[in-house]
Design a protein around this ligand. Structure first.
Ligand code: MEZ
Length: 627
């Protein structure tokens, strides 16, 4: 004890004399504030009035979205000695959470946060206009844009990639489920138990007597199914069944040639992602709405638990983008106009966040700006009944690319086809997508009366309409702990506070305010349906496991805008088509900015397929054109 005391005295003397290696008035402060997914905790080191360092010590923000703010905002605070900074666009909630946590830390150390609310010097600096000359300019750095840029760069072209937001990823970064592909070797790892799904699809063909392609595919699949049943080896799926599901799901409105292109390229697209980056492994195959069989390919962690596909793939695409010396990425730069010469696209004009003009001369232009699901005015002008609806879309999804393409004569298709996703959870001011994967893996939907009301794995349009008809227009999505133990995605929802919970059915019913008897009866009846593999009430044909492992969870969900199926008209080579039906030379488009692939309703898992497959096609076509 005596020895400890004397050591402390020596240490205090050294501090006074400035002998030790840190300044005497250095202090470490801690603060916390809410981010998008939960609390953000920071550690702030101050020396006198100087912010020496800011470290985020704890957070649960989304990879590829919030993670960008977590890297950029602390460094900017130190550089600018300010907490009055612009948020990283696209990651506003996380940015503001970090700034608020730093303010709280400063306050705890006796500082007045207002003293650090100084206008950042750098942001006052004017930017100068700039001119680029490249082979290919890609507008929009979501999944399709990054894929197109990488493909064109790998074909030897110089590429400039423009992104209106502060982060890349767009809606792709928010996608959760996975990517449809068929037939693949990874489907073969599953035991086939989806006969009822195939039978039910073949029956639906009768509903489209005038759709030549649906009839044609129906005949082919019926024959394939007959042959398989005679010799049931391996897992049953085919390119034709995948096309049939996509066309039936889209109400037959899809362009069959685009569907064919999507499907035929799907197995190779999964392989391509794995070749691009061996870390991209999408080999866990599951059932999703509107698919006759298990077809969505998902990532899992080292323990086999499912992960969100967007948060998994987007950072890896970005990493691969950064590795290429012939791609330059400009964020916070919004393209406003396509440059034309003699009927051909020859570049774009864009504007930086600080108002400077970026002029890009390019041999080919690729538009990949995504749809318009975050642009309420555009939505309301096409579908007045959706005015003010909640949306799962990223804020940058404003339809800019569609407007720019129309200005140079591009045609559009199916613009009024706007998809509502039936399981969107409202948390504060956020509308959060609760993946369809939960229903594919066995979850059910009950209404406020504690009763099932529809086939949960039907297509999104139908499930959404059924929800609207329930009390309050919402439903409760029910999972058990067997499901949550197998999924990082579900555990994330629980950790973020989206779920009510109960140790028994009755307890969960109480937590959600539903009648306990009715809810418990619904659960027992559902578990019996799973055992019998038959749902006499609603005709569901995919079952997974009974929901009988406590604790049980319920997430409140309602329909929200998720995908805009309409957009720029393209052909199979991702060339943009004008209102006269001709190709616009030098102009290409891919991903949600285009229309025609999904008809009046996109199937879950077809967006990631769309951005990868048509992103690659657009990148290849643009690179060829720009030779
Ligand atoms: O493709 C989608 O939109 C998708 C798979 C969404 C989801 O529910 O996870």
């Amino acid at each position: 004890m005596k020895k400890t005391l004397s050591l402390l005295l020596v240490f205090a003397l050294m501090l006074t004399l400035g002998v030790v290696g840190f300044a005497a008035d250095e202090q470490t402060l801690n603060g916390a504030a809410d981010g998008r997914n939960g609390p953000i905790e920071v550690e702030v080191v101050m020396v006198g009035d100087e912010i020496v360092s800011v470290t985020v010590v704890s957070q649960s923000e989304t990879d590829g979205i919030g993670s960008v703010a977590i890297t950029e905002i602390p460094a900017a605070i130190v550089d600018e000695q300010s907490i009055l900074l612009d948020a990283v666009s696209g990651a506003t909630v996380t940015s503001e959470g970090i700034l608020a946590a730093v303010a709280a830390a400063l306050k705890s150390g006796g500082y007045d946060p207002a003293d650090f609310e100084v206008a950042a010097e750098a942001s006052e600096e004017a930017e100068t206009d700039v001119l680029y000359d490249v082979d290919v300019v890609v507008v929009g750095a979501g999944g399709a844009g990054m894929t197109a840029a990488i493909t064109a760069a790998d074909a030897g072209r110089t590429v400039l990639l423009l992104e209106s937001q502060g982060i890349v990823g767009g809606n792709s970064a928010r996608s959760t489920g996975g990517m449809n592909a068929a037939p693949t070797e990874w489907q073969q790892a599953n035991e086939f138990g989806e006969s009822a799904g195939v039978e039910s699809t073949l029956k639906k063909v009768e509903n489209f007597p005038d759709n030549k392609r649906i009839q044609e595919l129906g005949e082919i699949v019926a024959k394939q199914w007959e042959e398989y049943q005679a010799n049931p080896e391996g897992y049953f799926d085919s390119s034709e069944l995948f096309q049939l599901d996509t066309l039936l799901g889209g109400g037959g409105l899809n362009d069959p040639s685009l569907v064919n292109r999507l499907v035929e390229n799907s197995p190779d697209a999964i392989a391509w992602l794995g070749e691009l980056d061996p870390q991209i492994v999408l080999h866990n195959v599951a059932a999703f709405g509107g698919a006759s069989v298990k077809r969505i390919h998902r990532p899992v962690d080292e323990n086999g638990k499912t992960l969100s596909v967007g948060a998994y793939v987007v950072p890896l695409l970005k990493e691969n983008l950064d590795k290429r010396g012939n791609i330059e990425l400009l964020t916070n730069t919004t393209a406003t106009r396509i440059l034309m010469d003699n009927g051909a696209a020859v570049g774009v004009v864009a504007e930086t966040a600080k108002g400077a003009t970026v002029t890009v001369n390019a041999k080919a232009v690729v538009i990949t700006t995504g749809g318009f699901g975050a642009n309420n005015d555009m939505i309301a002008s096409l579908r007045p009944e959706l005015d003010g609806f909640i949306t799962t879309n990223s804020p940058g999804i404003q339809g800019q690319g569609i407007v720019m393409a129309q200005a140079v004569g591009a045609d559009t298709v199916d613009m009024e086809q706007i998809q509502l996703h039936p399981t969107v959870h409202v948390q504060g001011s956020d509308a959060v997508l609760i993946t369809e994967g939960l229903r594919g893996d066995g979850a059910i939907l009950v209404n406020q009366e504690g009763e099932r009301f529809f086939d949960e794995v039907s297509t999104r349009d139908k499930v959404s309409n059924a929800e609207f008809a329930q009390t309050g227009g919402y439903a409760w999505l029910i999972v058990d702990s067997r499901m949550s133990d197998a999924s990082n995605v579900i555990q994330g929802y629980i950790n973020k506070g989206y779920a009510e919970t109960g140790e028994t059915y009755e307890e969960l019913a109480k937590a959600i305010g539903a009648p306990a008897d009715a809810f418990a009866a619904t659960m027992e009846k559902w578990n019996a349906c799973v055992e019998a593999k038959e749902d006499a009430d609603f005709g569901r044909v995919s079952f997974a496991n009974p929901l009988d492992q406590a604790p049980y969870y319920a997430i409140k969900v309602q329909p929200g805008i998720h995908h805009t199926m309409g957009g720029i008209k393209i052909n199979e080579d991702a060339q943009v088509i004008d209102t006269e039906g001709n190709v616009i030379a030098g102009l290409f488009a891919a991903g949600e900015v285009t229309g025609g692939v999904h008809g009046n309703n996109r199937l879950g898992g077809n967006a990631v397929a769309d951005f990868t497959i048509f992103g690659r096609i657009a990148g290849t076509s643009a690179a060829d054109y720009a030779k």
